[in-house]
Write a protein that binds this ligand. Structure first.
Ligand code: THU
Length: 150
């Protein structure tokens, strides 16, 4: 995990800041009438394109989709398969992220990332409202079961 700062992580800091801004905008569209927890994500593809996503819940509960998977599925459905980084921002409806509650990707989203992302170089940006933290997928999903094992 790296706590990003402008001096030491110039390019990554820029990238993370840009993705966070897009994730925050996507969060505005979160459809979460059941949990009242709003999440936005922004996924950077290897070709430089960016796909955003929000969580989309459902009256039957289990069909609900997380913001990260919305972004990944949008990208894959548009022909993108290689990704460099994702930013996510999540907090209770009407609130901003804070130090007590940093929103990290759920296990299902981590597994979906493992399908398309290099587990060491792919960067996962989360925020506590003040800092941006950069994790690798290896840190969040060690010993992932991935396509190379089949
Ligand atoms: N959620 C996400 O969209 N991403 C995460 O990383 C964590 C959880 C959503 C799922 C559900 O709609 C709501 O947040 C509460 O779990």
């Amino acid at each position: 995990m790296i706590i990003l700062n402008a001096e030491e992580n110039g390019a990554l800091y820029e990238e993370a800041g840009q993705l966070m801004k897009i994730a925050k905008e996507a969060r505005e569209n979160a459809y979460m009438p059941y949990s009242h927890f709003a999440v936005g994500a922004a996924l950077l593809c290897e070709d430089g394109s960016i796909y955003s996503g929000c969580n989309i819940e459902n009256a039957a509960y289990s069909p609900g989709n997380c913001a990260e998977r919305t972004a990944v599925f949008k990208a894959v459905s548009e022909g993108r398969r290689r990704f460099q980084a994702i930013a996510l921002v999540g907090a209770a409806e009407g609130k901003e992220p804070d130090k007590e509650a940093v929103c990290t990707p759920c296990g299902v989203c981590r597994q979906v990332m493992a399908e398309f992302c290099d587990t060491e170089s792919f960067r996962i940006y989360v925020t506590d409202g003040e800092n941006i933290y950069s994790y690798t997928l290896n840190e969040l999903l060690p010993m992932a079961f991935g396509p190379e094992q089949l």
